[in-house]
Each structure stands twice: as C-alpha cells, then as structure tokens.
Design a protein around this ligand. Structure first.
Ligand code: UD2
Length: 312
C-alpha cells in the first residue's frame, strides 16, 4: 500500500514531487483526470501506482486516499484567464475537489495533507514583499478558489485534527510545464515560442513582475513540509518562492540570449484579473521548514530552456 498520495500527478508540479519521492525509494500513488495533466508526464514514473480519477467525485477521492499517510494536493485548474472565462469549472476543480479530498482523507485516516496554495491570494495590493500576515485580496475567480481551499485546509486541522500545511507557491516554472495552451504559464509559453523562432505576446507593458520559482525549490519545500513536526506546521500557511522578482521585459531579454532568437514582443491589452507585481517574503518558510531556495531563477531558466529544446 503506498504511503504517499500525489493529486495532479500528471501535472508538472505533481509529477515532479512524485519523481522526487520515487527517487528516495518511497511508495507513491498518483491520481489525475487529465483535464490539464499530460499522459507523457507519467513517463519515468512507472513505479508509481496510478489511478485515473477526478477529485470532484467523492468515490474517486476515497480510492485515492485509501491507506495513505501523507497527501500532496497539487491538482487544480490553474490559470487566471481560464477562471475568468469559466469560473464554475475553476471552482469545481479547486474548491469542491479540495473539500472532497479533505473529507476522504479524514475518513481514511490520512495523517497530513499538504496543499498547493497560490500567490494570487494576495491580489493587487501595493505592499511588497507579500507576507503571510497580510489580508488576502483575491481579484480573479481563480484566486478566490485557491484561497477558499486554503481556508478548508486550516479548518480541517482545527476542527478534525487532520495535519494540514498550505504552501503558497509563487509562479512556478520548469521542465514538464505544458507550453501548448493559451492558459499555460508565461515562461513555458515564451520558451516554446522563442525556441521555435516566434515572437511572444506580452499582455500589458511588460513591466509587471513576478517571483518566478523554479520547480526544484517547490519540490524541496514539499518534502520539508512532509517531514516537519506537526506542532510546528500543522494548520499553517507559508509562501514558497525565491524572494526576488523580475519583469516580463527582462525575461524576454534573458531568453534572447538563451534561445539565440532576437524576439520582438507584440504588446497587447492587459488581461483582466491580472496582478501587477508579485514578490514573496520567504522568512516564514525558513523559520517553519528550514526552507532555502535551492536553484536561482537564472539557473532554473537555463535548465528550463534546455529541457524545452529537447522537446516536450
Ligand atoms: C498566477 C499566480 C501563480 C499561479 C498561477 C497559476 C499571481 C501573482 N500568480 O500566475 O502563483 O497560481 O496563477 O495559473 O497571481 N502573460 C503574457 N503573455 C502570455 C502569457 C502570460 O504577457 O503569453 C502575462 C500575464 O498577463 C501575466 C504574466 O504573464 O501578467 C504571468 O502570467 P501567468 O499566467 O504565467 O501567471 P499569473 O501571474 O497569472
């Protein structure tokens, strides 16, 4: 019986956590509904027990949680513009799915659930860096949904005694992130386009900034969150990021060098629900988990371009 569950195991964050667990010799079960996850992301994870299922279905959550000790809940329907186009679907796959998973986890005796929160919870308030004690101010349906599920996490710790940890990720990027959808993360899209000699589109003036976080840092934080003592972390929420930010215009410049393509971005109207600046304070994760970023943004970007260069 596997000890660990990874939801969204065919998504890029889920598959990366699963791969790290398997590399440590752990037993892992993964679940995915393939709405945004990719079957090819399961290549190399053959040692994982895989369940094709949908967390909006309570029966699938029960199957997923059976016998599990620690669950990494990475499944979601990501993307701000997707949520603007279809808020109901985002709510179903971020909020209903999380509640179903928590109910099933509690019933199955799962000890700890670690949740992929989102920096979008902070919204567009001017104060930077974002600290966990700031009031959330979601400005898109996606941000509302990711935040609502955070609240369910904390309440399940408080009311039902489930150990929960919320890791608020800041714009994660790296190998295995799907670059093919209009709703994909911007770095995946820009890497794919510029390697193909295409000019990327920047929504807005390109001076918006993000604390882009390389995937290895997120995997590292998750492994620390799984091992941390309950008295220290259960019911907590903390940022997972690098603590530095960069603008889209600067990124295009870096990618010009890394891809050898002299792209001239096309500037288009800003997206509704978009945040201007995002930058994390990462002291709390340092204090609670001993978290330190392992891979810098520039090194991560280089590794990511190399990965997309060899195909995806
Ligand atoms: C939000 C969250 C992030 C994660 C993600 C999941 C914030 C600050 N971050 O990311 O933590 O939860 O949602 O989807 O809320 N853009 C372009 N051209 C493109 C694509 C995007 O200019 O082809 C822009 C986009 O308008 C935005 C920036 O790039 O200003 C980043 O967009 P994104 O979709 O990669 O991520 P974001 O910040 O919405």
């Amino acid at each position: 019986m596997p000890r660990y569950l990874v939801t969204g195991a065919a998504g890029f964050i889920g598959r990366s956590i699963a791969a790290a667990l398997l590399a440590r010799g752990e037993s892992v079960r993964g679940i995915d509904n393939f709405i945004t996850g990719r079957r090819t992301n399961l290549d190399g994870l053959e040692a994982m027990e895989f369940v094709e299922g949908d967390l909006t279905q309570p029966a699938d959550c029960e199957k997923a949680c059976h016998g599990i000790e620690i669950a990494f809940h990475e499944a979601a329907l990501a993307s701000v513009p997707r949520s603007v186009a279809n808020p109901g679907a985002t709510n179903a796959h971020c909020v209903d799915a999380t509640l179903n998973l928590l109910v099933a986890a509690h019933a199955a005796g799962v000890r700890r659930v670690i949740y992929a929160g989102s920096s979008s919870a902070y919204g567009d308030t001017p104060a930077l860096p974002k600290r966990e004690d700031m009031l959330p101010n979601p400005i898109s349906p996606y941000a509302v949904a990711k935040l609502a599920a955070e609240h369910y996490m904390r309440v399940f710790a408080r009311v039902y005694g489930l150990e929960t940890v919320v890791l608020r990720y800041f714009n994660v990027f790296g190998p295995y992130q799907d670059p093919t959808s209009h709703y994909s993360g911007v770095l995946a899209i820009f890497c794919r386009m510029m390697l193909a000699g295409e000019h990327p589109t920047i929504y807005g003036d390109g001076e918006q900034s993000r604390d882009f976080t390389y995937i290895d840092n997120v995997v590292h934080a998750n492994l620390l969150a799984a091992a941390a003592p309950a008295e220290k972390v259960s019911g907590s929420m903390m940022n997972v990021a690098t603590g530095s930010s960069i603008t889209l215009n600067q990124i295009v410049n870096l990618l010009r060098d890394l891809t050898d393509f002299n792209a001239v971005p096309v500037y288009a109207e800003s997206r509704s629900g978009d945040i201007r600046d995002s930058l994390a304070d990462i002291h709390l994760a340092k204090e609670l988990l001993g978290y330190e970023p392992q891979v810098s943004f520039r090194e991560g970007l280089k590794r990511t371009v190399d990965w997309y260069r060899t195909g995806f």
